[in-house]
Design a protein around this ligand. Structure first.
Ligand SMILES: Cc1cc2nc3c(=O)[nH]c(=O)nc-3n(C[C@H](O)[C@H](O)[C@H](O)COP(=O)(O)OP(=O)(O)OC[C@H]3O[C@@H](n4cnc5c(N)ncnc54)[C@H](O)[C@@H]3O)c2cc1C
Length: 360
């Protein structure tokens, strides 16, 4: 009898892992939503909702041999997964890939995909009539959002607020310098070294006045919180030996195990394996985890397998709309041409839709 692998969460980790393992094991993917959410395109979808239909991709053609259960997992133990509806999925190996939450309309909140579509339409409407926008947080999401609005809605006054002293202080200087120059040229007002002291919502944009730690205040027709994702780690927290780190993530051992249970693995945003919460991180973890599980299913011992090693320095691609941007490709930094070609123009929409076997 082939070994059973239950994968909880159908995001970047879960969907790819399930596809890579179907046919090699008895795979069940557990995911509550009807559609995969392609996060990199959800930023542009706020200014250009026409791309939403390609950014939300139905799961129905993903697996040919594996099974997808549209359900939410409630708890796990060494022998399987218990679903919210009380059903049970027995498994020999379990992978937790429950990812993270962010603000709408970037990722769904409790309402699911229909609610996410409604949030996208509502917030696009608010953005279209806004004369001024403030974005709190200048990580990749905040910076890209500023670039998208500046490109598609050049009349809108955009202020990007960061508590850091500069853009991307941990990245190569050429990347940060290039992005700063381009944002300023596009008319974006950048405020560094200032915290928003009265951010009213971390989960959705709103109109209001921000009080900053530097004594200034900024009133905007729309304030976007872009202060980072929080891992969805409830299922793992109560397992024996689980240790929580920053942003609700759970620490993993060298074989991506988040607890004392030897047959339970975790990857992606929920797992603190030494990588950032990015798709770039999942692209390193996935082939390793798929290979490991195939070896285990084939009878190999875990201790004989190579441990996982996180990125030392990971690539970072930051488009500012479809034409401009800067990127760090580990060996070199690049400007508009490569950033546009690799990411900015299509935001990996064609590649993702092909992966899900959808016409692109
Ligand atoms: C707006 C935005 C843009 C981004 N752009 C980029 C980018 O350009 N490049 C990059 O590298 N990274 C980017 N990221 C980060 C990237 O989206 C995450 O790192 C990535 O989604 C992590 O994948 P994951 O599989 O761990 O989790 P997720 O993609 O979050 O997927 C987790 C899945 O688990 C499901 N789930 C949750 N709880 C349960 C449960 N109890 N039972 C069953 N299923 C459950 C969820 O429904 C979800 O489908 C972006 C993030 C955001 C918010």
């Amino acid at each position: 009898m082939s070994k059973r692998i239950a994968i909880v969460g159908g995001g970047y980790v879960g969907a790819e892992l399930a596809k890579s393992l179907e046919g090699k094991a008895d795979v069940t993917l557990i995911e509550p939503h009807s559609h995969f959410v392609h996060a990199p395109a959800m930023i542009r979808a706020v200014v250009d909702p026409l791309i939403l239909d390609r950014a939300l991709i139905p799961y129905d053609s993903l697996l040919k041999q594996g099974k997808i259960l549209q359900a939410r997992a409630e708890s796990i133990d060494a022998t399987g997964v218990t679903l919210e509806n009380g059903e049970r999925v027995d498994a020999d190996y379990i992978v937790i890939a429950t990812g993270s939450n962010n603000a709408v309309p970037f990722k769904p909140n409790t309402g699911g995909i229909d609610a996410l579509r409604a949030d996208n339409a509502r917030i696009h409407g608010m953005l279209s009539s806004a004369k001024s926008v403030a974005i709190v947080g200048a990580g990749a999401v905040g910076t890209e959002l500023a670039g998208e609005i500046a490109h598609y809605m050049p009349e809108t006054k955009v202020t990007l607020i960061s508590s850091e002293p500069s853009l991307f202080p941990d990245q190569p200087k050429a990347l940060a310098r290039g992005l700063l120059r381009k944002l300023q040229a596009a008319g974006v007002n950048l405020v560094f070294g200032a915290r928003a002291e009265n951010l009213e919502s971390l989960t959705e944009p709103y109109a209001g006045t921000l009080r900053l730690s530097n004594g200034d205040s900024i009133t905007a027709d729309l304030i976007f919180p872009a202060v980072g994702s929080r891992a969805v780690s409830g299922i793992l927290e109560t397992l024996p030996g689980a240790i929580k780190s920053s942003a609700n993530r759970i620490k993993t051992d060298a074989w991506l195990r988040p607890s004392d249970l030897p047959n339970v693995f975790a990857a992606g945003d929920v797992a603190d394996a030494g990588d950032a919460m990015t798709i770039v991180a999942t692209s390193r973890q996935l082939p390793w985890l798929s290979k490991l599980l195939q070896a285990l299913v084939g009878g190999a011992k875990l201790e004989d397998q190579k441990p996982y090693k996180p990125w030392k320095k990971a690539p970072l691609l930051v488009p500012l709309g479809p034409k401009k941007g800067n990127s760090f490709f580990v060996l070199f930094t690049a400007g508009d041409f490569l950033t546009r070609l690799v990411k900015g123009k299509d935001l990996f929409l064609t590649q993702r839709n092909k992966f899900f076997d959808r016409a692109s």
